[in-house]
Write a protein that binds this ligand. Structure first.
Ligand code: DAV
Length: 382
């Protein structure tokens, strides 16, 4: 089970790095947030929790990304618990992932347990409940020593960062920079009405430019470069906010992807090491930033077509987690992917994760790497 909760153990203080994994030269306990890439050696990570998760209350903008088979469930069961047996199996997979990471020498911390079943409202709208604390990658963006709380556009996710607040406060007290994005209003003006967009390009997306919104999972870190996709949950205003919040130390670049359901970039690109980029062959659009990089098109997912997928596509098969530039956690049944990565020189650690897939993500989505080695080096072409 969850041995390290928020605010205890390594997350709370000088025990951080006490397992010796930080090397010894530096004062390990001083490293609180330091994560500049998706692949440098991983020292500390948040693993989400699906405990108490509920179906998201329906809003029309979800039709752009949620598989059609799940629309009825969200419309009729928003705020009601996710299917119990499947959820229990998924929670066990998350606990196993935490065990595997610890066995690899990574410090694992978990969110607080909060109720996701409570309805809530603002002056403008009401939500039947929340969602879960399963996907910290969506709600929080760590760049260097900064943690940004994302202004997410699904109304049910309005309070999602709460489960991580004990952790965030602990990081802040120990020196991290804490930047909540402007609280979004999420009024009707934010959501596209067909024909109502300000330009043909804007017509493509579920969210307008009414206010800054983004999900953190639309961003990827490459040292001093941060790459982002425009999506049905991330608008230009949100990208501009992140660019200015991060300041001159970082360059935030928008990359085009060919994904009609775009929501989160991490089943489209997975940078695994300097110069090694795993891509979704159905969505990848070449970009000058990746000039000189080896590009590996990911083999297709192995998920049976009748497996329940409530919130995302089976391409979460490539939503892997790098432990270092040679080691990757991959779903055990994604054999073609494991074979391709092994042939590319990686050690793959297989972990069962199909029940977690059903709830919207895989290893990258359910984690938030807070401490990795390395700094803001230059990896991408200018
Ligand atoms: O459906 O490919 C997966 C990432 C969800 N957090 C998709 C998006």
């Amino acid at each position: 089970m969850k041995r390290i909760r928020a605010g205890t153990g390594a997350a709370a203080g000088p025990a951080a790095g006490a397992n010796g994994t930080l090397g010894g030269e530096a004062d390990a306990s001083a490293v609180v947030l330091n994560s500049y890439t998706e692949w440098e050696p991983l020292r500390e990570v948040v693993v989400g929790s699906l405990s108490g998760g509920v179906f998201p209350g329906w809003q029309e903008s979800m039709a752009y990304t949620v598989p059609e088979a799940a629309w009825r469930l969200c419309r009729e069961e928003g705020g009601l618990p996710l299917p119990a047996a499947h959820l229990k199996a998924a929670e066990e997979e998350l606990d196993t992932l935490a065990d595997v990471l610890e066995a690899e020498g990574v410090t694992v911390v978990r969110p607080d347990t909060v109720s996701h079943q409570r309805p809530f409202r603002t002056p403008h709208w009401a939500s039947a409940g929340g969602l879960y604390a399963g996907m910290p990658r969506d709600a929080l963006l760590v760049v260097g020593d900064i943690v940004i709380e994302a202004p997410m556009s699904w109304r049910c996710r309005y309070h999602e960062a709460d489960a991580f607040r004990t952790l965030i406060k602990s990081w802040f007290r120990r020196g991290a920079r804490w930047m909540p994005a402007p609280r979004p209003q999420l009024t009707e003006e934010l959501y596209r009405t067909p024909g109502g967009a300000e330009s043909p390009a804007a017509e493509r997306w579920a969210v307008t430019e009414f206010e800054p919104v983004f999900d953190a999972a639309d961003f990827l870190r490459f040292g001093e470069d941060v790459v982002v996709q425009r999506s049905h949950v991330t608008n230009e205003f949100g990208i501009a906010w992140v660019r200015r919040a991060l300041g001159a130390e970082f360059t935030v670049s928008v990359v085009e992807t060919d994904d009609p359901h775009a929501m989160h970039i991490d089943a489209t690109f997975a940078p695994l090491a300097p110069g090694k980029l795993l891509v979704n062959p159905e969505r990848y659009v070449p970009h000058r930033l990746f000039e000189g990089w080896d590009i590996l098109p990911a083999p297709g997912p192995t998920l049976p077509p009748d497996w329940p997928m409530y919130f995302c596509s089976p391409w979460v098969s490539m939503n892997v987690l790098s432990l270092n530039p040679e080691t990757i956690v991959v779903e055990r049944q994604e054999r073609p992917l494991i074979d391709a990565l092994t042939a590319w020189g990686f050690r793959c650690i297989p972990v069962d994760f199909r029940h977690v897939y059903s709830f919207g993500g895989s290893f990258h989505c359910v984690t938030l790497d807070t401490v990795r080695d390395g700094g803001p080096a230059k990896y991408l072409a200018s």
